[in-house]
Design a protein around this ligand. Sequence first.
Ligand code: BG6
Length: 516
Amino acid sequence: MTDNKTDNLSAHAVYFIFGATGDLARRKLFPAFYSLYREGKLGKRFAIVGLARRPRTDLQFRDDVHESIREFCRYKPGEKDDWAEFAEHFTYQSLDIRNVDGFRELKAHTEELEKKHQIPGNRLFYLALAPELFGKVSHNLREGGMLESQGWHRLVIEKPFGYDYPSAQRLNEEISRVFKEEEVFRIDHYLGKEMVQNIEMIRFANVFFEPLWNNRHIANVQITLAETVGVEERGAYYDKSGALRDMVQNHMLQMLTMIAMEPPSRLDAEDIRDEKVKVLRSIRPFHSADEVRRRIVRGQYAHGSLKGKEFKGYREEDSVNPESHTETFFAARVFVDNFRWAGVPFYVRTGKRLPVKSTEIVIEFKNVPNNVLFARAQDLTPNLLVIRVNPMEGIYIKINAKKPGNDMTIQPVAMEFCQSCQIGINTPEAYERLIFDASRGDSTYFTRWDELAAAWQLIDPIAHAWKEHGIEPALYPAGSWGPAQAEKLLHEDGFHWWPVGGQDEDNVIWVRNSEN
Ligand code: BG6
């Protein structure tokens, strides 16, 4: 957390949205600004400037914003008579980002806005653009005089941060010619999710868990990020990226590091990120093709059905090469080779066109040592702690209790706190939290360069082995849990994937604060 952090209010600033006519702005950014405004977190001294090539008047732009908020925001404009006042803060400028003259005009426009809204020169540049343009925009921001104001300047960027380590490094070099590391906020929207941020609280604020959080008591960790969607209209991007780069390099590794990291010495952005980097550096590399074959499953969805609906195979999707070898499913057995985790497998899996939309982290504990009592009873079911990240948010624990009656029979019981179904809790979207944090200069939940570099260094050898050794994805029918090898990965170690997304086992009694 930096000096500029104020507690409950964003800093007074001008927010520049590059790519303001695009999908991200429409679905996520405008709604996030409106929610912050409605909750009083933006205050009154701010301005938002939409930038894109397409000509739009301020009024047309405000209509676009209104439309997007009506469709995607958890607050609806009109519930309160504040829309007109909010809309006043939005202006639009058509900009060719390759041409520095446009940036000079932007400077003049910004100075007027700063005067009008009494903003002390703080400027936040949100690049909802293709990464190839980050370098150019940074350069032109400086050349056009946009970084000459008195206040702070921050750059917020979206993934993909490169395609591999060398390209990420080049991208970073271009940006760092203009912005210092502490001015760059790299978004991984998973870090903005309520339950991902809650991992720290669950781990470090509960005596139930922290003493057990190690290889003496944890048998394995399972991280699933399952999606029912296919590649939708993103075939051209996805075919070059695949699940490894689209999901594993960022969201999956972020969740893994939050689970595995040591308690930071201070709750400070740098200390927390230092601990996460240490985890990434402790992950056992996948340094041979043999190891990649043994510990990783690569899959691609074929034609199949999901919830009674037929879906075409990945290779038939729009803008996808009909002979594509891109993976839409990834599962791996990962080891964190440090004192705390030696010997504990972390199983990670992610895929498109799986049976449910669900991101969950399952911590499976080791059983108590067998004793006379349990030798008479049936097998114990392991205790589980499950963190439900998305779309359901909450946690549950599974314990063993006695079945009422004379026999010493064990009854597994799951007790769940469903946060998202709790009445009155209206969980902020990831983007609200992240924009708010960036405006306050709090970079805790943003990816630092060394974190990103360490993640690419882990990922690159996998992509390399796939390519050089012709390791192709195994096909799986849409609507299934991926190739059979993904089950084998756990069976070989005597484990299985626990059901996720509310799919229950038969014999468990559930205690819930709400139905889901
Ligand atoms: C994005 C990926 O980063 O995350 C998408 O590019 C994916 O392919 C999405 O669908 C999943 O995010 P969420 O929040 O819906 O789980």
